[in-house]
Ligand binder design. Structure first.
Ligand code: P6P
Length: 336
């Protein structure tokens, strides 16, 4: 009998004393929401959920129908659970307080409901990324505010992502390693298929959007030049490149076989602080990567130590195999 997500969470609560019952139940509810999102993603053209809405989200990005559908699913599935003090989403400018008709809990959920949504209409991999924080102790009895979410990534108590691909997978950490659950649609259960994932310290595979090359700062440009120089170059070996335009797909490949993922800050005004969002993309992924023995920086500094100043703030991201991320960090020290 394979271990289910529920069994795993109960054991983490009982055996390791890592997660209190309220956090276990919160994760169960988020996982249930992801099952519903997976159903909508898989229905695609049949259910008319492809395409754009003609609206923009707070990021100024065109909203896909599935962005809004998935956001609504996560709100409706979570707000009545009684474990959340509030939630926040890439798709909503302000935080979403829990309606007074429901009991409030002590956790904050912040998420990207559909990451990689430009892939939806071309049947590429997309996913959901989520991060769980505790509400500040001094917030008891008052309405949550944006500032309550502005906690460094090192304060996350759980993080995960789902990837809606050939398999539907949920990748989860509660601080005791990284675990992979596959959705068994016949049972409707998340079944553990891998545990304690570890990322190889070395890799021959880099992941970056090469079309931005002319905008890169010197350290990134030099690192990629070294990779492209192959065995005749200073790294003495050939490198391969992958770019899925879906962070969950690229990160999952790196968790599975190693690699380095880069979305660096560059010279463009709109990307001077990076493209990816700290609270619901970089932080949860950094928590997962570190729990698997990898490294996650903004090029120089540890992502999990960045002090947030805004719910939708962006950051550079360089994460994955330790020795490659450290090479990029060394180049930042040498060249900046
Ligand atoms: P670009 C998707 O929009 C996303 O937020 C990440 O999932 C992905 O890694 C990145 O942006 C892709 O960005 O500029 O290559 O389209």
């Amino acid at each position: 009998m394979r271990t289910t997500l529920s069994q795993f969470l109960i054991e983490q609560q009982r055996k390791e004393g890592v997660i209190p019952p309220e956090l276990r139940l919160l994760i169960e509810i988020v996982a249930r929401a992801c099952k519903v999102i997976a159903h909508n993603v898989n229905k695609g053209a049949i259910s008319g959920t492809l395409g754009s809405l003609g609206t923009e989200n707070v990021q100024g990005e065109v909203q896909k129908k599935l962005d809004v559908i998935a956001n609504e699913i996560l709100i409706q599935t979570n707000e009545w659970g009684g474990h959340l003090a509030a939630l926040a989403s890439e798709e909503m400018e302000a935080i979403h307080p829990i309606p007074n008709r429901y009991p409030k809990g002590e956790y904050l959920l912040v998420y990207d409901p559909i990451d990689g949504s430009s892939n939806i209409d071309v049947n590429g991999c997309v996913g959901t990324i989520f991060s769980v924080l505790k509400a500040p102790a001094d917030s008891t009895g008052r309405e949550m505010q944006e500032k309550d979410f502005l906690q460094a990534g090192s304060r996350q108590v759980a993080a995960g992502y789902t990837i809606y691909g050939p398999q539907t997978l949920l990748i989860l950490t509660v601080g005791t390693g990284v675990y992979v659950f596959a959705l068994d649609r016949e049972l409707g259960s998340w079944i553990m298929v891998e545990e304690k994932l570890t990322i190889p310290e070395d890799t021959n595979e880099f992941s970056i959007n090469m079309s931005n090359q002319r905008h890169w700062h010197a350290p990134v440009a030099k690192y990629i030049d070294e990779c492209l120089a192959g065995r005749e170059g200073p790294r003495g070996r050939d490198f391969n490149m992958r770019w899925c335009a879906s962070m969950v797909a690229d990160v999952h490949r790196i968790l599975t076989r190693g690699g380095i993922f880069m979305y660096p800050a560059d010279r463009r005004e709109k990307v001077k602080s990076g493209k990816l969002r700290l609270m619901y993309e970089a932080n949860p992924m950094a928590f997962i990567i570190e729990q698997a023995g990898g490294v996650a920086t903004d090029g120089t500094n540890r992502i999990l130590e960045i002090a947030p100043v805004g719910l939708h703030q962006r950051t550079g991201v360089v994460l994955g195999s330790r020795n490659e991320v450290e090479r990029v960090r060394d180049l930042h020290r040498e060249l900046v």
